[in-house]
Ligand binder design. Structure first.
Ligand code: AMP
Ligand code: ZN
Ligand code: FE
Ligand code: FE
Length: 279
C-alpha cells in the first residue's frame, strides 16, 4: 500500500486542480493521498468526487500556517470537521492575512523597480482562496522578471529579500488543541525543513504532545537522511506517529513528485484511528 499524506492543489498554491491531482495520484500508483492545501478546505469536495471515480482513498486535510516562539511552523490537520466554528474563524483570519499581504508585496516590488500589479498576481492565483508568494512568483515569471518560482523566492520573496512581507499566522499552541476539538489529527509538517528551522527540539515536541500533537512528518524532501534518523528517534521516544509525503505542488516545486516519500501503512492506520468518526 502506497500512501502520500501531504499535497497541494490549485485551491492553494499547487498547479493541478483538486480532481487532476487525485487522478495523477492514482496514475502514480498511490492507494491513499491526502489533500492538504494551505489554510483551506475548499478543494475537498472536488477531490473526494474524483477519488470516488478513480478508486483511490482521499484523506481530507490542510496545512495550517502557525507560529511557535515567533518562528513559522506548518501544521498538518487531517480529517477535521471543516464546519467547526472556531476552526473556520481561525482559518478565515489566516486567509485574510494572506489576502492583505499581496498588495504589500506588490508595492514593495514596485518600489524595487519591478512593474507588477495586483491583477497580475490575482490572475495567477485563479480560484485559490489562499493567496501566496508562489502566485506572486508565477506573475514574476510570466512578466519575464525571473526564470522560475525558485529564482523568484531566492531573489525577491524569501525573508531578507526586497519583496518579502510577513503575514498573520495562528499560535501553534492554540491550533493543536483546536484541530483536536474539531475532531482532526495534528501532525507537524517538515519540522526541520526550511520553514521551521530547528525551533522544535525534543522538549518542545514533548510539550506539544501533551496538548494534543499526534505525529511528526519525518520523511520529507526538506530533511536530510541524518535529520530523518534523529526525528524518527524523537517520534519513537515520544510515541508519536511518523509520516512521509511528497508535499507535491504540481509543476510549482521541483523534486516533489507524488509518492517520492510515503507513509508506512501501520502509521497511517494509527493516524486515522485518532480522528473523530465522520458523519
Ligand atoms: P506563503 O504561503 O505565501 O508564505 O509561501 C510559502 C509557500 O511557498 C510554501 O508552500 C512553499 O512550499 C512555497 N515555496 C517556498 N520556497 C519555494 C521555492 N523556492 N520554490 C517554490 N515554492 C516555494
Ligand atoms: Zn505551498
Ligand atoms: Fe509546508
Ligand atoms: Fe506543503
Amino acid at each position: 500500500m502506497r500512501i502520500d499524506l501531504h499535497t497541494h492543489s490549485s485551491a492553494s498554491d499547487g498547479t493541478d486542480s483538486p480532481a487532476d491531482l487525485v487522478r495523477e495520484a492514482k496514475a502514480a500508483g498511490l492507494d491513499v493521498v491526502a489533500l492538504t492545501d494551505h489554510d483551506a478546505t475548499s478543494g475537498w469536495a472536488e477531490a473526494e468526487q474524483a477519488a470516488d471515480e478513480v478508486g483511490i482513498t482521499l484523506v481530507p486535510g490542510l496545512e495550517i500556517s502557525t507560529k511557535f516562539r515567533h518562528r513559522g511552523v506548518h501544521l498538518l490537520a487531517y480529517l477535521p470537521d471543516p464546519t467547526h466554528p472556531s476552526l473556520v474563524t481561525m482559518l478565515d483570519r489566516i486567509l485574510a492575512g494572506r489576502t492583505e499581504r499581496t498588495p504589500a508585496i506588490v508595492s514593495a516590488l514596485q518600489e524595487h523597480g519591478i512593474e507588477i500589479t495586483e491583477d497580475d498576481v490575482r490572475r495567477e492565483a485563479g480560484g485559490s482562496v489562499a493567496a501566496g508568494r508562489p502566485h506572486v512568483a508565477d506573475a514574476l515569471v510570466r512578466l519575464g522578471v525571473v526564470r522560475d518560482r525558485t529564482h523568484a523566492f531566492d531573489e525577491l520573496l524569501n525573508p531578507g529579500r526586497p519583496g518579502y512581507r510577513n503575514r498573520y499566522a495562528a499560535e501553534l499552541e492554540d491550533m493543536i488543541p483546536l484541530v483536536n476539538e474539531a475532531g482532526g489529527v495534528a501532525v507537524i509538517a517538515h519540522p526541520w525543513g526550511r520553514h521551521g528551522g530547528t525551533v522544535l527540539d525534543e522538549e518542545a515536541f514533548a510539550m506539544l504532545k501533551e496538548i494534543g500533537l499526534a505525529g511528526i512528518e519525518v520523511d520529507h524532501q526538506d530533511h536530510s537522511a541524518e535529520l530523518g534518523v534523529r526525528l524518527r528517534g524523537i517520534a519513537a521516544e515520544l510515541d508519536l506517529v511518523v509520516t512521509g509525503s511528497s508535499d507535491h505542488h504540481g509543476l510549482g516545486k521541483v523534486d516533489h513528485d507524488l509518492g517520492v516519500n510515503t507513509t508506512d501503512p501501520e502509521q497511517y492506520e494509527r493516524l486515522v484511528s485518532l480522528a473523530a468518526p465522520r458523519p
